[in-house]
Design a protein around this ligand. Structure first.
Ligand code: M6R
Length: 367
């Protein structure tokens, strides 16, 4: 059942290339020029009437929603807010009929996410669900559904469901752009080509797993560490940090790189590991200066960088993990993979139950 892997989590990490392909299948035109989400029942007129988007989810699905915000804002130019479902429900969000609410849930059964969906519908908003389970409560109650075809996810720590949610956001963003005409044709084609390249690029990352195993073993001796990044790198940092906490029980915090010096920098001392996501070319200089701040306090920095920029970045850090080159918006679908492997190997090194971490359940059906 684990197909030769020691744990479901490792199997599911390796299933990501397939999950990407399956989630894209049939949704991109044969000529590679447009995205067609034929399952959507929302009309083009409705899409043109959307004035804001709320993305609501919990845990890892929330982290996918943070990337989703960047995707929709940059491709469709519609303002997006992303909320944790348990907060959204009780903060009296301003939901109007021209608000599209997107709920994201692997299981489709998470209590707070389902309640947020119901809250949104009661205010007359349309709800789009991104879920991995056909026929789940969320899928049944939403107006529209985009299924992520990641296949069953058994490990408590979500991996392939998260990355398939990213693919769903890219496809939906491109679908919106197609209707709204908010992107140049060349940009759309470039993004579609970038999406098609992702599965093979993930395979290239998976081949480098032994390097990450070594890094994970050294990290596993530490009590606390930081993940930093800007923009979508910050969203990925948050997911990497959650993954590590969840299965290795090592305390970590994700920080927006520019925010460190407003307090948290006080915790950085000699030898503290800092994992810096540096995939956004436009922000290289800014993030590098934050890396210098932590280096000056003795941090040991591992950078996750794009192929092509690694030599420049290597000068400022202790170690560099290189991911294949892709478009800035698509880097989360690659950059998260080494972080998944890091947490897997850290948990393994510490002898924890990787697939069933303490205190956690796969599906959280209580509030
Ligand atoms: O099934 P859902 O996507 O609604 O679950 C949401 C969270 O409970 C889930 O992502 C949780 O954070 C994972 N254990 C993270 O790996």
């Amino acid at each position: 059942e684990k197909a030769g892997f020691d744990h479901f989590m490792l199997k599911e990490i390796h299933e990501q290339p397939k999950a990407y392909r399956d989630t894209m299948r049939g949704r991109i035109s044969d000529d590679g020029k447009s995205v067609q989400l034929k399952e959507l029942t929302m009309s083009e007129d409705y899409i043109r009437s959307i004035r804001k988007v709320h993305i609501v989810a919990c845990g890892t699905a929330y982290h996918a929603g943070l990337v989703g915000k960047s995707v929709i804002e940059s491709l469709a130019h519609i303002p997006v807010e992303t909320d944790v479902a348990s907060e959204y429900r009780y903060r009296s969000p301003i939901i109007t009929p021209d608000t599209l609410v997107i709920v994201v849930s692997q299981s489709g059964e998470t209590a707070d996410t389902l309640a947020a969906l119901r809250e949104a519908r009661s205010h007359g908003a349309r709800v789009l669900a991104i879920t991995n389970v056909v026929g789940s409560s969320v899928a049944r109650e939403a107006d529209d559904v985009i299924i992520t075809w990641a296949g069953p996810e058994i490990a408590v720590a979500s991996t392939k469901a998260y990355t398939s949610q990213l693919i769903a956001f890219y496809l939906f963003g491109l679908h919106l752009a197609g209707v709204l005409g908010s992107q140049e044709r060349a940009t759309v084609e470039e993004l579609i080509a970038g999406l098609h390249a992702l599965p093979e690029q993930v395979e290239q990352i998976l081949e480098q797993a032994p390097v990450l195993k070594q890094v994970a073993e050294s990290i596993s001796h530490h009590r606390s560490l930081f993940f930093i990044g800007r923009g979508v790198d910050y969203a990925v940092a948050q997911e990497g940090s959650l993954k590590l906490k969840e299965i290795s029980y090592i305390h970590s915090e994700a920080y927006a790189a520019g925010e460190l010096k407003h307090g948290t920098l006080a915790l950085v001392e000699e030898g503290v590991p800092v994992i810096a996501l540096v995939t956004q070319e436009a922000l290289y200089e800014k993030t590098l200066s934050n890396i210098k701040e932590v280096k000056a306090r003795g941090a040991h920095v591992l950078a996750v960088a794009n192929s092509g920029s690694e030599h420049e970045i290597a000068k400022s850090v202790d170690e560099t993990f290189v991911i294949p080159r892709t478009l800035p918006l698509l880097t989360p679908a690659l950059a998260v993979v080494p972080l998944q492997l890091l947490s897997y190997y850290a948990s393994l090194a510490l002898g924890h139950d990787v697939d069933k971490p303490r205190n956690l359940a796969k599906s959280v059906t209580v509030e």
